[in-house]
Design a protein around this ligand. Structure first.
Ligand code: M6R
Length: 610
């Protein structure tokens, strides 16, 4: 949520910052801006709209500056116009800041500063940081101290970069609850909220910790806490390659990521699934192995698509390991005083590893003495670092705002986790081997569905004028219905509801008429006949049925208006296959409607505010 980037080095900075913003635009695209230090003064250009709008205004020939900061915004406080765009200046224009996060006590601080005669230009919470740093600087005459004192006054979260003409040789970076990565190049440093803005320049990075700041100059950097205690840095290597954050010939990142799923699903279990033993090795859980063996209850907490994979995980873990599992929206978890006990395991699932609500749930878990475990994609992210143990899903960068490959990779990890927990308990080796053998088949089965994408595209085109969709599924496929509806809503702006198929008759059935497409996951399993009855109920009200069915099921053609076949697999693994056509229907519908698939309105990839 909001992308920020800064550079100190020997290259001209304006072009470099714009390119950095383009890499992070999926984090927010309401407005964009840059500040550079030119001839001893801060020069700022900012504009509502996407980075491309800003780029048109930046004449790179005007600047030979080699130090600057930039921002792409996802608006929280203040509408997305030019004035509210970052960077924000102090009232004397000598300090410029870019900020990701929320300053919760900004109103009180602003009032106090206004009473002292300081002026403000925007409606944002962020601007108070710039003005407060100015006010403190006037007393202490040291930028680092001024930033530190200011940060000790604010409540809330920040990923912050500060540039000042008072001390033109440095950028000060700081974080609390918002990610910040410092890339270490040869005589240059690039600092950003996301490693994707850094990888073009260097693979060597330092992830700042919460409440840590970095003073970055051309000839070196220093880190300390915002309480002024020295900290040690740990240089790490970025794990992905540049090609992972490029479209590789696909029209959109979302489509590329959908098509990556045979590989990403496999990458999530590769080296972990011991198929010949019917077992699983999870190095990231070694230190909590005994706690997992003793666990009487698991709570899985997440948001959005990750919450849907959590629901699939609940069913699989309860089935294979016979441990009671509860799934909680992370946003509810921390505010409803959830009873937690020391032998509870809390699994936080997050693609970004930065979702504020999920991170807050991890803190709450620690506070109450239970054991937090992460299932995360982004290496080094806050949730990965704050949890006691974890499993990376290794899906590679997911750039499309609508999550696709992360969902199937999360299920891949949850399935092997369930197997691991099951084999610690009563699951037999032969059952373990049978499930493992089927997991190995899934990548190829995903590929077979993707090969039929033209058929799904034609269907999506035909249905694109529909203003509502209903998605139904039962058992393992109920969360798939939720996920299919979420995908449709977020990228095509068509209203869609996901529902347990059998619950439909308790209300949503009233919505069904000849204009309502109803997507029903009706794969062959023990509740197949019941789902057929649900289809009949839809048909009786003239609803148009699009069935996701198992290959070879000819019978379903008698009931559905359109059938999309997926290969047969174990019921617990059907969500991974059934979701692929739903991702494609949403994608092709959005394309047909001319929607911006990778950057849907009002959304951002990583939601780092509550
Ligand atoms: O990074 P996370 O997995 O924690 O993100 C959770 C949700 O914000 C995310 O899944 C969101 O719902 C996506 N836009 C879904 O496509």
């Amino acid at each position: 949520m909001c992308g920020i980037v800064g550079y100190v080095g020997n290259q001209k900075v304006s072009n470099l910052l714009i390119n950095g913003l383009k890499r992070m635009e999926y984090r927010g695209y309401d407005s964009a801006g840059i500040s550079v230090l030119q001839d001893g003064k801060i020069q700022t250009i900012k504009k509502s709209g996407k980075v491309s709008q800003l780029e048109k205004l930046v004449d790179h020939t005007l600047y030979d500056s080699t130090i600057g900061i930039a921002h792409t915004r996802w608006a929280t406080h203040g509408e997305p116009n030019d004035i509210n765009a970052h960077p924000h200046h102090s009232s004397d224009d000598k300090i410029s800041i870019v900020h990701n996060g929320i300053i919760e006590n900004y109103a009180a601080i602003k009032k106090n500063l206004q009473e002292k005669g300081y002026t403000f230009r925007s409606e944002t919470d962020s601007e108070v940081l710039a003005v407060m740093i100015q006010a403190i600087y006037e007393k202490v005459q040291c930028l680092e101290e001024a930033v530190r004192f200011a940060l000790n006054e604010v409540d809330g979260t920040f990923g912050l970069l500060v540039l000042s003409s008072h001390e033109p040789d440095r950028i000060i970076a700081a974080r609390r609850g918002s990610p910040m990565v410092l890339g270490i190049g040869d005589g240059e440093y690039i600092v950003a909220s996301d490693a994707s803005a850094i990888i073009q320049h260097t693979r060597q990075v330092v992830y700042l910790n919460d409440n840590e700041m970095a003073i970055i100059k051309r000839d070196g950097f220093e880190t300390k806490t915002i309480m002024n205690e020295a900290t040690t840095t740990h240089i790490q290597e970025i794990e992905f390659d540049l090609e992972h954050i490029e479209k590789a010939g696909y029209e959109h990142f979302m489509l590329k990521e959908i098509f990556e799923q045979p590989e990403t699903f496999r990458d999530a279990f590769r080296g972990r699934l011991l198929a010949d033993k019917g077992n699983v090795k999870l190095g990231g859980l070694t230190q909590v192995q005994e706690k997992l063996r003793q666990a009487k209850r698991i709570i899985i907490t997440a948001c959005g698509t990750s919450w849907h994979s959590a629901l699939v995980g609940e069913y699989i873990i309860e089935n294979l390991a016979q441990i009671p599992v509860e799934v909680e929206y992370a946003s509810e978890f921390r505010y409803r005083n959830t009873p937690l006990y020391p032998d509870d395991i809390v699994i936080a699932i997050s693609q970004s590893g930065e979702t504020a609500d999920t991170l807050a749930a991890v803190y709450e878990t620690k506070q109450k003495g239970a054991t937090p475990i992460g299932i995360v994609n982004v290496v080094g992210s806050s949730i990965a670092r704050e949890t006691e143990a974890g499993i990376y899903i290794h899906a590679g960068p997911e750039i499309g705002v609508a999550s696709t490959k992360a969902f199937t990779s999360q299920i891949s990890v949850l399935t092997i986790l369930a197997l691991y927990l099951g084999r610690m308990r009563n699951l037999s080796q032969s059952d373990g081997k049978r499930i493992a053998a089927e997991i190995l088949e899934i990548p190829d089965k995903i590929r077979r569905i993707l090969n039929r994408s033209d058929e799904i595209k034609a269907l999506a085109k035909k249905q694109a004028k529909s203003r509502n969709y209903l998605y139904l599924g039962r058992g393992y496929n109920f969360p798939v219905a939720l996920e299919g509806a979420l995908k449709m809503k977020e990228i095509s702006y068509i209203h869609a509801e996901g529902y347990p198929a059998a619950e439909m008759k308790h209300g949503p059935i009233a919505l069904i008429d000849e204009n309502m497409p109803v997507v029903i996951v009706a794969t062959k399993d023990e509740i197949y006949e019941k789902v057929i009855s649900n289809i009949q109920e839809v048909r009786a009200r003239k609803g148009k049925v699009i069935a996701i069915a198992t290959e070879g099921d000819e019978n379903i053609k008698d009931y559905a208006n359109h059938v999309i076949y997926i290969p047969s697999t174990l019921p617990m693994l059907t969500p991974v296959l059934a979701v692929i056509p739903l991702q494609l229907i949403a994608y092709y519908t959005a394309v047909e409607l001319g929607c911006n698939v990778d950057q849907p309105r009002n959304l951002a990839k990583s939601v780092t505010v509550e």
